[in-house]
Design a binder for this molecule. Sequence first.
Ligand SMILES: Nc1nc2c(ncn2[C@@H]2O[C@H](COP(=O)(O)OP(=O)(O)OP(=O)(O)O)[C@@H](O)[C@H]2O)c(=O)[nH]1
Length: 562
Amino acid sequence: MNACLASDWFMGGPVVFTALVGLGVMLMALWVSRQRYFPGREIFIVLHLGILWWLTAAGLELAAQAPDCKVFWASMAWPGIVGVPTFWAVFLWQYVNSIREPLSLRGYLALTIAPLLASCLALSNPWHQLFYGPGTMPVDGAPGSPIRYDHGLLFNIVAVYVYVFMLFCLAVVTRAALASQGLHRRHYLAFVLVTCVPWVANFAYVGYGWTLFGFDPTPFSFAFTLVAFAFLILGVRLFDLLPVARHLLLEELPDPVLVIDPRQRVIDANPAALELAGLCSEWQGRPLADWPVYGDDLALMLRTPESGKEQLLALASSSRYFEVRCRDIERATRNGPFVLGQILYLRDVSERHCSELKLAEALATSEERLRTITRLHEQMQEQALCDPLTGLYNRRYLNDFFSRELARSQREQTPIALALIDLDHFKQLNDRYGHLVGDDVLKAVAGHLSHNLRSSDAVFRIGGEEFLLILPGATGDEAYARLDGLCGSLAGSPLPTRDGPVSVTLSAGMAVWPTQGQALEELMQVADAALYEAKRNGRNQVRGWPSLSLRCAEPSAPASVR
Ligand SMILES: Nc1nc2c(ncn2[C@@H]2O[C@H](COP(=O)(O)OP(=O)(O)OP(=O)(O)O)[C@@H](O)[C@H]2O)c(=O)[nH]1
């Protein structure tokens, strides 16, 4: 210090340049302090002050002419030399991690320990010579000549400490660049580039002796990085604009949005979410399950998530429906993504859901109506094909049925037997007992025929008291035997009518496909001829196959009994 009192001072170009840079740094500190908030802003301003200290000491070292005075100011620069990388590391850590809480007083005090210690070691050098060695002396004998420093053990320890912090800075921004994407990645890559500048300057000075006005360029490179960081943060406004825009978007969103932590405590909620719950204060940190109106249901829904699906939340109290979308908020770590919490987005789908319900209701009604129409249609079709009195198939269905059976028989090479049946003396029966009793007899005969048929057979009422039997697969002999059985059983069992039992007989003529004809018409003609023969030969018999007549059993009583 005494050396400085006795020293001459020279305000050359380098001194003026250093002073101007220092002034610039000071003005920038003032400007930054008036700018909007960004994470780490306080420590960023402290960083300006650290560089200003360093530049001031450097300027005074440059201006001093006495070697001892130069060494004094070099020692005085150490709070800045150690402080700048330290503050810089803290600033970058806060910035990339969006830490908004300022550093505590205790934190600041902890950060000043190393710079002050380094300064004490440098200032006490005359007593221990461990910081600057005895080889510390001017480069030449000229007045104001720069000092060549002989670095001692303590100097090297402090230098390692400083490099560790500078390395940490580089690691922090590189990691942030790797973990981010798009615009954010470019932003952090620019940080990496700027962080390299002091490294390059220091490396050039230490490794190759590169100087600025015969002086260490590192403080000037730090001053440059400050300007570059200020431009990147405040000029580009990336990290300012995006969060604000996103926050505004959330505020304006008509749908409720909540942010919860892993313990399902609500960390953030937009006005729509608060309004739906009817909350306006003391909600932050409250468990989701305790939130009024929808918290309980929502918490339950989160406990049973349907992976990747939106779930429907129904509010019974207000008949509102919300589609809940849940997304994890993750941070990339070395061991994979780490879940910090979840964002819950509740989309109001009440209108859509009600329309869907109405639509489903309308659809169910239409389906029911369609079923009724189909049933009625089937009934009508059935009725169109059936005889209303006896319930037997009518002539309309005959062609369809026969075509189908014919195709099957052609395929399977099996015969089809066909028989025309006519009741005997039915006119007399009608005349004697009346038309209604005649109807009863027709119904009873239909029942008798149906009852004695096999499942593959079919019976049709093709005229007043005329029936047609089709027996698929039956040979002529089989059919003949079965018809004969029918004829006999009818004759042997009086039929129930409204006026009591009435006996009736039948005559039948049969034909067999393919031997007696190919088409239905042809076969019916053969059967009709056989029937005519049966009638002519005295009735109550089957004719046709074989070409002999078999008289059925005599009726149990004369033509009718009561
Ligand atoms: N009750 C009633 N009678 C009918 C129905 N359809 C036709 N008939 C009658 O059946 C009778 C048929 O008489 P015919 O064709 O002369 O034959 P038939 O008296 O049976 O004499 P054959 O056939 O020669 O034995 C007529 O009297 C018709 O009125 C009906 O649905 N109900």
